[in-house]
Structure formats: structure tokens, C-alpha cells
Design a protein around this ligand. Structure first.
Ligand code: ZN
Length: 539
């Protein structure tokens, strides 16, 4: 059970490596889609509760960034299929299916700045997820009252498993998404962002129109259909009044109100450390889901069964992990890392998962104090596998090791330690969320930003922790006049400063991969701060 649990944990909200290898169209750009940039999606979908069959249209508004090459790629995965395509009102019948994509021959050419309106008519029965959210697809189940409960999760497989799109993480729609979901009138059809309207469209069927006004990761676009009840709240936050909406299954309100009481203190803590909630215009929503959880932007999926920790388990094995509901905290933390700042390639999943895993430490610190927070942080390090580097290879559909969760978080913790200034660490997180607000970034851009803000040379540090699997060893050898010290089991030039305790007094030293000498008489004890993910050899 333990291994199964760890396996699940490491894959959560991440991208399964094996699945990625098959996703040639998802992770890299190509000439049929790099000349145009998506501005907005409009989804009009029929999602009846009694069938897996969906149908509808998607309108993609886009802008040519350079001269078109005569072709345009739209991604849509089997068994869904396209019935028709029109571009700026002109039907385009000349298209072929290649793998997970359609290649359309254009009847016109487009120059930089030209706008496109691509209307795609499609239908079919999307794949059913075997183990959501780790593999993608529809989730169809029933609630305790035997009412239909339907949702979708697609981080691993891409949004093109359920609607036609440009399924590329480097291109988010700047002006957001409009979602028109039509389903049975006695059920709710929830989406991201704000509810614009509810309209009866045919006997027994109602259309729910939702709107996201901000850029959004495509895998974040989602729906939840079920017998939901709803209540509202507001947070007096850094940018004014933030609307909070909760949706849970009918019958779960009492326990949900209790479990969700952490949301407001959590959002205050996150705003304190990382700056304003990034999507005031779209609001914050927490929605009960028929799977464990997902960071769906402004519609966070909750499926932790109203338990503390991770389905009632403590990831850190310190006891601290049971003080909060892991899914509420982790998936909401993604609003800053993953949704506000998005990686432009899955290789840099450490930006999403490393920082978000660190938000668990931030929340713990705000509610239970620094000591418990650091205990939790260090306790989780036992989950690190060092099986592969946590940064993947860009352009190759490689998300790197699942270590991008906990080892990513450990890396951020060490940056905090090295900064030796809590206010500056807070300023770093805040400035990062401001500078990269609503943007996609590469790993290199993030590394450079951190180096500039901290004024630290972290080249060897990042190389070691992001792109190697060895764990640096601090070797200390006492002698009559003090001790010698150096880094072993690491890349050449690794030079992370580290906090030690000499006769219990704190002292920073700057080891390198060559031996250095520290001179002091009468050394009775040498200890090393536990807040560095390293091994120690003290003789
Ligand atoms: Zn995550």
C-alpha cells in the first residue's frame, strides 16, 4: 500500500513520463502552429448526463505572429473527431488526421497581425479516465443520492482529449475562455471563472455560461456536472474583495463548511508570502470532484474525502502533515505556481510542483509556526527518489522525475536558508509572481530571475539539484587546529554555502569541491543545520 501511495503521490498533477513519450503533438511547437497565437477559446458543448457522447463547437480566436506557412494544426485526440472546420467564415475541407492532430490546408495566407476565427465542429465519446487525475479522460460516476456526477481531468494527456485546441503549454489564450455547457436542467454544470448566465435551451436542458477573463493553462479548463449545492464568501485581500465560491455535493455541506474553513486563513497566508491571489477578476472556487484533486484555475478540484493530510495520511511522517487538508492547500497553491506562473515546457514542471509543494510549508508556518513548518518540510524529504533529474529535457515531452515535487521544494527551502533574510525571501516570491504574472516561462528564465533577485551565483547549485541525481556530501574532518571541509559526490565547482554549528554557535561556511581549512582552537562539537538536503560525513 505504501508504495502504491507514494507512486500516486509522485504522479499527482504531474505528467506521466510514459504517457508523455507518446504525446508528440503536446510538448513541442512546430511550423503548422508556431506562426499563430491563440487569443481566446469559446466552447459550446452538449454534455448530457445519460451518455458519454459529447458534441459541440469550439471557436478559436487567434492572431498571426508571422507569415502563415499554408498549413494550420488543430489538436484533437481519438476517439473524438472533427466534422467541419471554418476559418474566418470560409469552410476548409482539405484536412488530414496525423496522430493526435489535424493538419488543415489553408485557402488564404495570413500576414503578421492578421486575425483568425477558427470554428471547429466536433463530436464523439472521449476516453474514460482509468485512474483520474493521473490518467486523463472523463470521470463518470454517481453521488450518494445516485445522481450523475461527471467531470474531466487531462493534465497528463492534454486538453485535446476532450476539445479541439492548440494543445501546447507555451500558448495560453490571453483573453481567457468562454464555456457554454449544456446539461440536464436538474444538475449543475460548473466551469472555471464566473457564471455569466443560465439559460433553458431545449426541453429539460440548461446551458451554463462561464467565463475566465485571464490567460489559462489548457489543462486547467474543465467542467463538473452534478447535484451541487453552493455558498459564497468573500476575502478582504490584497487587491480588495475576492469572491469565494464553494460547490459541494448535495448532502455534504456541513462537513464541507468545517473542512473548508482553512481556505480564508490559507489565502491570507499565501497572499502574505507570494502576493495577491492572481485571479481576482475570476474569483476563487473550490469544487468537490469525483477524483483526488487538480489545480483547475479558479475552479480548484477537491476530492480528499474531507480528511486531513493526503487522504488521511501524513506525507512527512512527522505528524504535522495531518494538521491540514493537503489537497485544499496544494491545489490552491498552484494558483500562484502553475496557473499564474506557468512553465512553457513540461521539462520545467519543478516550477509548478516544487514551488507549490513549498506552499504547504508556507501554510504550515502561518498556521502552526516555523518549527512545525520546517519539520514538515524536512520530513517530506524521505519521499525523494533521486531516480532521474527533476528537470526534464525540453522539447522532448519529458517532465523529469517526480522528484520535482519534494526535491523541488527542498531546493527552494535551501535558497531561503542561503538568503538568510526572511523579508527578502518573501520579497523574492512576491516579485516573482509579479514579474511573471499570467505568463509562461522557461526554467532558465526562472533560474536567472532568482539569481538576479538574490544576487547569488546559483549556477552550480541549480545544475546540481535540477539536473543531477547525486546528493552532495559535506565532508568535515576535525584536527588539532580546527577542521577541514569540502563538498563530495557532486558536480565540479559545487559551492553551496552551508550553516554549521561550532560548539553550538551558528557559523556559515563556504565549502567547495576542494579542501578548505577552518582554524579554531578547542572545538568540542561540530553540527550541520538539518535544513539542507545533503548528506554529512563528520570525522
Ligand atoms: Zn501539484
Amino acid at each position: 500500500m505504501r508504495n502504491k501511495y507514494l507512486f500516486s503521490l509522485l504522479l499527482m498533477c504531474s505528467i506521466c513520463f510514459k504517457m508523455q513519450a507518446q504525446q508528440e503533438g503536446y510538448c513541442s511547437d512546430n511550423p503548422n502552429r508556431d506562426w499563430w497565437n491563440v487569443v481566446h477559446y469559446d466552447l459550446k458543448l452538449n454534455l448530457p448526463a445519460d451518455t458519454n457522447y459529447i458534441s459541440g463547437t469550439v471557436t478559436i480566436r487567434a492572431k498571426a505572429m508571422k507569415q502563415s506557412n499554408g498549413m494550420l494544426q488543430i489538436d484533437l485526440q481519438d476517439p473524438l473527431s472533427i466534422q467541419s472546420i471554418a476559418i474566418n467564415g470560409t469552410a476548409h475541407k482539405d484536412y488530414i488526421k496525423t496522430g493526435k492532430s489535424y493538419q488543415i490546408t489553408l485557402s488564404d495566407s495570413f500576414a503578421p497581425g492578421d486575425t483568425l476565427s477558427i470554428l471547429v465542429n466536433y463530436s464523439g465519446s472521449p476516453q474514460i479516465a482509468k485512474k483520474a487525475p493521473w490518467d486523463g479522460g472523463l470521470i463518470r460516476t454517481t453521488d450518494q443520492g445516485h445522481k450523475p456526477w461527471i467531470a474531466v481531468a487531462c493534465q497528463g494527456d492534454g486538453a485535446s482529449i476532450w476539445f479541439p485546441c492548440k494543445d501546447f503549454p507555451g500558448d495560453e489564450p490571453e483573453l481567457g475562455v468562454d464555456m457554454h455547457y449544456t446539461t440536464d436542467k436538474d444538475l449543475s454544470a460548473l466551469g472555471n471563472g464566473r457564471l455569466i448566465s443560465k439559460t433553458m435551451v431545449q426541453p429539460g436542458m440548461q446551458e451554463w455560461h462561464w467565463r475566465v477573463s485571464n490567460p489559462i493553462n489548457l489543462y486547467d479548463i474543465t467542467f463538473y456536472i452534478g447535484d451541487y449545492i453552493h455558498w459564497k464568501d468573500t476575502l478582504k485581500g490584497l487587491e480588495g474583495s475576492l469572491d469565494i465560491d464553494y460547490f459541494v455535493l448535495n448532502g455534504n455541506e456541513a462537513k464541507a463548511r468545517k473542512q473548508f474553513s482553512v481556505v480564508k486563513p490559507m489565502l491570507h497566508a499565501f497572499e502574505h508570502w507570494m502576493g495577491p491571489y492572481p485571479f481576482y477578476k475570476d474569483g476563487y472556487k473550490l469544487i468537490e470532484a469525483p477524483y483526488l484533486g487538480m489545480e483547475h484555475q479558479s475552479a480548484v478540484a477537491y476530492g480528499n474525502q474531507y480528511k486531513m493530510g493526503y487522504l488521511g495520511k501524513d506525507r512527512s511522517k512527522t505528524g504535522v502533515g495531518l494538521l491540514f487538508d493537503f489537497i485544499i492547500v496544494h491545489e490552491s497553491g498552484h494558483e500562484w505556481y502553475g496557473n499564474n506562473i506557468s512553465a512553457n515546457d513540461v521539462a520545467y514542471s519543478w516550477i509548478h510542483e516544487g514551488f507549490t509543494t513549498y506552499t504547504e510549508t508556507i501554510l504550515t508556518e502561518a498556521l502552526f509556526g516555523r518549527k512545525k513548518a520546517f519539520e514538515y518540510q524536512r520530513g517530506c524529504w524521505a519521499l525523494i527518489k533521486n531516480d532521474r533529474p527533476m528537470e526534464g529535457k525540453p522539447g522532448l515531452c519529458d517532465g523529469g522525475s517526480g522528484d520535482h515535487y519534494v526535491k523541488g521544494s527542498a531546493m527552494i527551502h535551501m535558497i531561503r536558508m542561503m538568503m538568510r533574510d526572511e523579508n527578502k525571501f518573501q520579497a523574492l516570491l512576491r516579485q516573482m509572481n509579479l514579474s511573471f504574472r499570467h505568463q509562461t516561462v522557461s526554467g532558465k528564465e526562472m533560474e536567472t530571475f532568482i539569481e538576479q533577485e538574490t544576487k547569488m551565483d546559483l549556477r552550480h547549485f541549480f545544475e546540481q539539484y535540477l539536473r543531477q541525481t547525486s546528493v552532495p556530501e559535506l565532508q568535515i574532518e576535525k584536527n588539532k587546529t580546527g577542521f577541514s571541509y569540502q563538498w563530495r559526490n557532486c558536480i565540479d565547482g559545487f559551492d553551496m554555502p552551508v550553516l554549521v554549528y561550532i560548539n553550538r554557535k551558528p557559523q556559515w561556511i563556504n565549502p567547495s569541491t576542494t579542501v578548505q581549512v577552518y582554524k579554531q582552537n578547542k572545538i568540542k562539537s561540530i553540527g550541520v543545520s538539518p535544513d539542507f538536503y545533503i548528506t554529512k560525513d563528520i570525522r
